[in-house]
Structure formats: structure tokens, C-alpha cells
Design a protein around this ligand. Sequence first.
Ligand code: FAD
Length: 387
Amino acid sequence: MLQFSFTEEQEDFRKILRQYSKEVLLPQYTKWDREKKTPRHLWEELGELGVTGLRIPEKYGGSAADCITTGIAAEEIGKGDFNLTYSVMLNALIGEILSIHANNAIKSEWLPKIAQGKSIVGIAITEPQAGTDAGGIQSTAIRKGDHFILNGEKSGISVATVADAFILFAKTDPTAGNRGISAFLVPSDLPGVDCRGYEDMGNIPIGRGSVYLTDVMIPEQYLIGNLNEGFSQVMNGFDLSRLLIGLQCIGTATQSLDETIEHVKTRHSFGKPLAVNQAVSFPIVHHYTQLELVKWQAYRGLWLRDECLQHTKEAASVKWLAPKYSSEAIHECLLLNGHYAYTKEMPFEQRLRDVIGLEIGDGTAQANQMVIAKHLIGKEFRSYQKI
Ligand SMILES: Cc1cc2nc3c(=O)[nH]c(=O)nc-3n(C[C@H](O)[C@H](O)[C@H](O)COP(=O)(O)OP(=O)(O)OC[C@H]3O[C@@H](n4cnc5c(N)ncnc54)[C@H](O)[C@@H]3O)c2cc1C
């Protein structure tokens, strides 16, 4: 049976988050950008609302919600504060990786704090010489007794300046290509870990930056998953984060469209509302239609993941088009609101700066098209596990 509806529980969750997003997050969205601050207290409040522990098992303080419910959180929180939506997307990715691949001691120590929104954990793959070609990383983790010694440099890392730890990828077998990469949980206060922020164009409250590793000693129990298999483990996680990023962007763009529809109905030129001109209403229709199409592809991908069915190319299609369509929609909304929207008095310019980042982060358009091509033209399958 084909059914396009959310459960009553999901609709109730959406309502709670929509109200919180509108009343608490939206009025403060630009404040954190202007003050260059990460509002950790709001990250914790989102923990109280159950947003930060959605993909964490109940045993560790999460709700083990399905992926569709997690998508609802990304869309609704995205309407209020694009940047705080990292607490949904990043935590879902980190929560899944740790729940499935970490040992019990790490899970007991870290998952409850992550679920409560009290700890922030980033994911560190990219390096100055290896972005799209993530298998080309050069950081190393060399075993020494019951420890690994980490050296290298990670760049472009979200939450670099505020994270309590990172799931970090390094070569444990430099001769084995993609297969020689392992994942580690690396607390950011370990000796030899140095995190430095950048001045990015957007996502200012996210504190993006580089993580430098100099002879960092990490006990072997901080290895996440199997030795030399970190790469395939995280690639599976990207299928989730890409779908959530899609809804995060769509949430922000939809909020911009809603505000713009109100504006064009009330603003007059030449004695009539702007909205009566098709040159004004058709661009709104165009962007609404694009966003709506990709939104349902995102929920479809999340449904496939909940059913443990293949969804890699669906996730890549959403990650390719949702940030692009959202940037285009926000740009148009800015123009339809006139000069005032080009000032920092309104949120449009910030939304545009913020959303453009995710046309790059978690895989560019080309990177995602490469994934789709591989699945369409050359077959590649992955297996999925429940948390
Ligand atoms: C907002 C944001 C958040 C991020 N968060 C994180 C994070 O939390 N953790 C993390 O590890 N990294 C993160 N990154 C880094 C991000 O993953 C990389 O920037 C991204 O993978 C692209 O790598 P690059 O910047 O090195 O560009 P490059 O790989 O050098 O690519 C440059 C350009 O060339 C194109 N290109 C590359 N190879 C090909 C090819 N074979 N065919 C066609 N075109 C190609 C790319 O699409 C791109 O347009 C983030 C980046 C941003 C902007």
C-alpha cells in the first residue's frame, strides 16, 4: 500500500518543534551570527525536547526514533535556525556510528551526554589535500602497544572550535587505500589536539575550523568499529546525513518562502499588492515546486533507510539538489523583499550564506552525481543495520 502520511505521533512531534522553532529559535537566529557564538544552552534545550538523541538507543538516553521522525526534526528546526539544525543532523550521524560501531564503554560514557545535548561531537574526515577524494587522507594512526599515536591535520570541520570530541579518520594501513582507514573517538582535550576556527562566509555559530594532531595518544578502546574499516562505516552514515541536510535546507527555504508570501500580499506598488503580478507569483510557485519535489524525495529516502532498503542514490540526489534549490529560493525571496532584505535587519542574507555552505559540506554536487552514476551505471551495494 502506498501511503503519503505521517503517524499521529510524528505529527504531534512536528507541532511541538514547529512552535518551539518559531517562538524560541527564529527570533534569535541572527543574534548568534552577529555575536559569533555557539548557543550551547539552546543545544541543551533541544536535548530536553528530544532532538539531540533521536538516533540513539533508549538504553543510552535517546529515543531510538525512526529516520522519518529525525527528518521532521531537521525540517522544523531548520525553519527557525539553520545552524542549530546541526544538532539534529550531526547528532543523528554521530549517534548512529557510535551506537552501531563503538564498544560498550565508549557508548556508556558518550551517548547519554550526546543525547542530552550536553556534549557536542564533530566528524573529522577532510584534510587540506583530501576533500571530495576522502580516501586520499594522509593523517596516520600508528599502533604502539595498547595505544594509537595520531598525527595529521583535519580541515573544514564543523563544530571544530566547540566540540568535546570528534569521530576522526586516519590511516592505520597506509598501503591499503580506502580500506586502510580507521575511525577513532578523539576527545578534544587530549594533549596534542589543537582546534582553530576560521572566518567562514556562513554558519558562523557552528565554529568551523581545523583540528591539528601532534603525537596524540589514544587508547585502543577508542577505535570505532573494525580496524581498517572506518571508511565504509562512515559512508553508510552519509546516506542519513545527506537526507537530513536536504530537509534542513528545505526547512530554511520554506520559512523564507512563507515570509515572502506574506510580504508580497501586503506590500503595494503602483496601487496594488506585489502578489497580483505573475512576475512575482510565478517565481514563488517555481521555488515552492522545486522544494516540494525534493522534500518528498528526502522523506522517501528516510523511509527506505527505516526499511533497511538501498537508498544511497536517493540520498545523493537530495544532497545534490536540496541545498541548490534552497539557495536559489532564498536568493529569490531576498530580491522579492527588496532592499530591506539585503540589510542585516532581516534574516535572508544570513540564510543564503548559511545554506550555500551545504552545497559543499558532506559532498559537493559533483561528488553526489558521481555516487548516483556509480549506482546507475556501475552497481554498488551496501548493507544497513538497525541501531
Ligand atoms: C559547510 C561545510 C561543512 C563541512 N563540514 C565538514 C565536517 O564536519 N567534517 C569534515 O570532515 N569535512 C567537512 N567539510 C569539508 C567538506 O567535506 C569538503 O569541503 C568537501 O568534501 C569538498 O572538498 P574540498 O573543499 O577539498 O574541495 P575539492 O575536493 O578540492 O573539490 C573542489 C571542486 O572540484 C570538484 N571536484 C572534485 N573532484 C571532482 C571530480 N572527480 N569530478 C568532478 N568534479 C570534481 C568538487 O565538486 C568541487 O567543486 C565541510 C565543508 C563545508 C563547506
